[in-house]
Design a protein around this ligand. Structure first.
Ligand code: BTN
Length: 267
């Protein structure tokens, strides 16, 4: 079984610079501090770490990243779009992750909790975190960080939500090289499509994975966790925004936020 990530010899459909680090605070932060040159940068500048000592999740949460067990992946990418046209990027990334991971799971479907959580039976398997590095009217540079729980089968109680891993689901240990290579291929394919055609081509695919559809949910701010809205999730629109049916029957679209299914109370 592999002990290290060795992807240097893999050939991808687009140019990729790949760096493997034994240990780092956060792969997203590491990439943020790398120099960039829009003219000469590859399609993707990728960093994968064997462990993260300060892995970050959304809402200032930590991403528990033990040595040699999971995938801690970030890539830097320039998009020829202003940042307001990238609001669906997290969904595109989630779809690339789900398409990668479902090849390894036969026991049941994966789903995506808008916008970025990959779930297997109500437990989180993967998440992504997008940091905007710079943006103008015609160009945005972003860092896309992806964490996938692969071979981790226990934690020391630091993870505060229900979680799972490929190994917990299937009982098998996985080669992270193979999964990382497949993820990179899916990201390249999906980013090219998104750059060319926007989110529209992904809309139908999303419908097959929508964890929240028809559920009563709460939407919280990603800044201060204040409640923005509650309602019934009714899928997403062509821009990837979440559609919520409010109490008055009106449907409203939301660009960002953190979602959770409201607990059912039985009397
Ligand atoms: C979330 O679900 O809250 C997002 C989790 C993102 C974790 C990944 S691991 C690689 C990259 N580096 C980080 O510090 N975070 C992302």
């Amino acid at each position: 079984m592999e002990k290290s990530i060795i992807l240097e010899k893999v050939i991808f459909a687009e140019s990729c610079d790949l760096e493997i680090l034994p240990s780092v605070g956060s792969t997203n932060d590491y990439l943020k501090n790398q120099p960039m040159d829009i003219k000469s940068d590859p399609f993707l500048k990728i960093v994968i770490a064997q462990e993260q000592t300060q892995g970050r999740g959304r809402l200032n949460r930590s991403w528990i990243s033990p040595q040699g067990q999971n995938l801690y992946f970030s890539c830097k990418k320039h998009f020829a779009k202003p940042v307001n046209e990238l609001s669906a990027l997290s969904l595109v990334v989630s779809l690339a992750v789900v398409k990668t991971l479902e090849a390894y799971i036969t026991s049941g479907p994966l789903s995506i909790k808008w916008p970025n959580d990959i779930f297997y039976q109500s437990a989180k398997l993967s998440g992504n975190l997008i940091d905007i590095v710079s943006s103008s009217n015609s160009l945005s540079t972003v860092i896309i960080g992806i964490g996938v729980n692969i071979n981790m089968d226990q934690d020391s109680g630091q993870i505060t939500q229900a979680w799972t891993s490929l190994k917990k689901i299937t009982g098998v240990e996985y080669d992270r090289n193979e999964i990382a290579a497949s993820l990179i291929n899916h990201l390249i394919e999906f980013f090219k499509e998104f750059e060319e055609k926007g989110f529209e081509p992904f809309l139908d695919i999303w419908k097959g994975y929508d964890y929240l559809f028809n559920q009563k949910i709460t939407l919280k701010s990603t800044y201060d966790e204040g409640i923005i809205a509650t309602g019934i999730a009714k899928g997403i629109n062509a821009q990837g925004q979440l559609l919520l049916e409010k109490n008055d029957g009106n449907i409203q679209a939301f660009v960002s936020g953190d979602t959770s299914i409201m607990n059912l109370v039985y009397y």
